[in-house]
Design a protein around this ligand. Structure first.
Ligand SMILES: C[S@@+](CC[C@H](N)C(=O)[O-])C[C@H]1O[C@@H](n2cnc3c(N)ncnc32)[C@H](O)[C@@H]1O
Length: 175
């Protein structure tokens, strides 16, 4: 009987993760620790303007951005319920930060005043984001992607990371 109280929540959790992975086209797999470490020296020391994370998963990059840029306005978008809830709780736990995670499709919102955009998505999303970035980002905005390139854009830097997937980080500046 007690097993039911474990199995039912576990089933709901699993169904939710699978449902949103199918809906968004990607699971909420987080960037590796090595990618997160490599991001710190790669990013500018100071940021004026907003930081966006498109598909913020469980919030680990958001938390890292909060620590790296405590005064910056940071916005994460995440559709998958449990990852979004976890990220939301992590930001609440930090308290008093200017970061938020919205349960919204990032394609349905404008990237206003963006200085830095980070994402770890999949090729189909990068195709659509290329157009969004070209329409909405100002010249000089930084875009950093994990594993997937922006078609037609030339990265200023490519960093190969020594993790399980030999991930690559691409660092772009909008022309
Ligand atoms: C591979 S995970 C990356 C998580 C996090 N950015 C990281 O690097 O650790 C991609 C996340 O993007 C979310 N996602 C994909 N498309 C989305 C969309 N259109 N709007 C909001 N979230 C989206 C997925 O639900 C998933 O959690």
């Amino acid at each position: 009987m007690a097993l039911i109280f474990v199995l039912i929540p576990l089933l709901i959790f699993t169904i939710s993760i699978v449902y949103f992975s199918i809906q968004t086209g990607i699971s909420p797999m987080p960037s590796s620790l090595e990618v997160k470490k490599a991001l710190i020296p790669l990013l500018p020391q100071k940021i004026d303007g907003k930081i966006y994370e498109l598909g913020s998963g469980w919030g680990s990059i958001l938390v890292q951005f909060v620590n790296q840029y405590p005064k910056a306005e940071i916005v994460g978008y995440e559709l998958s319920f449990f990852p979004w809830l976890t990220a939301w709780l992590r930001l609440k736990w930090l308290g008093g930060v200017k970061a938020q995670v919205l349960r919204k499709d990032f394609f349905s919102t404008k990237l206003e005043n963006a200085t830095l955009v980070f994402c770890y998505l999949y090729p189909g999303a990068m195709d659509k984001l290329k157009e969004k970035f070209e329409n909405e980002l100002s010249r000089g905005s930084i875009v950093v992607t994990n594993s997937f390139t922006i078609p037609g854009w030339k990265p200023l830097m490519t960093i190969a990371v020594n993790d399980l997937f030999r991930s690559k980080i691409y660092y772009y500046k909008k022309n």
